[in-house]
Design a protein around this ligand. Structure first.
Ligand code: SAM
Length: 205
């Protein structure tokens, strides 16, 4: 990673246009949601839509947001190829205001600077129905990726920071996941740790 601009990400997704940098949904999403009753889902920083498409294929009504037009184009292609209906939106996740009420809000490895991340999490939290689930994963501060700039390193997270930014939510699990060797559904392996937080909006029984 060398920046947080949409232009940077357009180049990344353009380069991967003939084939996604990874295939399939995130292992965390698969583990947490397999078998869960589908509802309405929001995926922030959706990239090429691998998670959004996986959800849509399982009956979820998915809104997927990314500020890279190339990512959204790739997402639309992948959704079409899978015969899955996903609403893709080109928008900055830090300022995008979700419409309506969601059963699931998720963000995987969007890597925003702290102020923008807190703004995104606040909007994600507000978009949940009572009892709805928030899934958040990002690169953890404990394993700084080699070659990242100072600005990139500022986007790494710790469990404590993310939990603090989700004040008011019921935290189900908050942990550092140590990735071993990359596996079929574990695109974020390569020895990097992840901050993972699973939380629920209060209320809803
Ligand atoms: C590492 S990719 C992860 C993609 C996907 N969530 C996944 O796990 O495969 C990060 C994505 O976040 C998007 N992104 C970064 N900053 C963003 C922002 N401020 N608003 C919306 N999308 C953003 C990038 O365009 C990129 O597609």
């Amino acid at each position: 990673m060398t920046g947080d601009s949409d232009r940077y990400w357009d180049e990344v997704w353009e380069a991967g246009a003939q084939g996604s940098p990874h295939d399939g949904a995130d292992a965390l999403l698969v583990a947490e949601l397999a078998g869960m009753e589908p509802g309405r889902a929001l995926d922030m920083g959706c990239g090429d839509g691998s998670n959004a498409v996986w959800l849509a294929e399982r009956g979820w009504r998915v809104t997927a947001v990314d500020f890279s037009r190339k990512a959204v184009q790739a997402g639309r292609r992948n959704a079409d190829a899978a015969g899955a209906a996903v609403e893709f939106i080109v928008a900055d996740a830090a300022t995008y205001r979700p419409q309506g009420s969601y059963d699931l809000v998720a963000s995987f490895y969007i890597q925003l600077p702290p102020v923008q991340r807190a703004a995104m999490l606040s909007r994600m939290r507000a978009a949940l129905r009572p009892g709805g689930m928030l899934l958040f994963a990002s690169h953890d501060r404990s394993t700084p990726p080699p070659g990242w700039s100072k600005d990139d390193l500022a986007t790494l997270t710790s469990v404590d920071e993310v939990v603090a930014e989700l004040g008011g939510m019921e935290i189900e699990r908050a942990l550092v996941v140590e990735h071993g060797e990359p596996s079929e559904h574990d695109a974020h392996g390569h020895g990097l740790n992840s901050t993972v937080v699973i939380a629920r909006a209060r209320g809803g029984g």
